[in-house]
Design a protein around this ligand. Sequence first.
Ligand SMILES: O=P(O)(O)OC[C@H]1O[C@H](OP(=O)(O)OP(=O)(O)O)[C@H](O)[C@@H]1O
Ligand SMILES: Nc1ncnc2[nH]cnc12
Length: 179
Amino acid sequence: MTDIGELLLSRIRDVTDYPEPGVMFKDITPLLADPAAFTALTDALAEIAGRTGATKVVGLEARGFILGAPVAVRAGLGFIPVRKAGKLPGATLAQAYDLEYGSAEIEVHAEDLSAEDRVLVVDDVLATGGTAEASVQLIRRAGAEVAGLAVLMELGFLGGRARLEPALAGAPLEALLTV
Ligand SMILES: O=P(O)(O)OC[C@H]1O[C@H](OP(=O)(O)OP(=O)(O)O)[C@H](O)[C@@H]1O
Ligand SMILES: Nc1ncnc2[nH]cnc12
């Protein structure tokens, strides 16, 4: 593993049986509290944004906001929040989905994305892929192109990558860490 990979991994805390029995929760708060690790993470994700030719960064509420916003600034791109339902005041597109420990609905302002946009989706964890798949569906329904999906950590044993393949339609899925 690279030095940066080891640094990032060392700052992610495993919490057993959270938020429900059987889930091994990957807590990124120690990473966020370490400026060297947070900067390295931001730089690595911004490099993916540049390489994929993204014109906008979408962050998935809530942890995807914490990671995606500095990535957008670093890459010189606009940031678009994909929020949990009921939080955006304008006209929205909505998509329901299941995730590792529940179900939810996400929304985006329809006017924030157009056919000119190539969007990089940023999030902390790819688990079952339900959240990411719903975000890709939303972006396409808004008329924009998906440049790729970039996550800090992929939980390989949950099969999210295979689930996402059809939705991504060839766009890259980049995980800085895989466990
Ligand atoms: O691959 P999946 O099984 O869909 O799970 C991954 C999603 O779950 C977590 O978000 P959560 O909904 O817990 O929201 P939070 O960021 O507000 O904690 C995580 O930040 C991802 O968005
Ligand atoms: N095991 C996990 N750890 C952190 N975030 C998650 N989102 C879905 N599953 C998760």
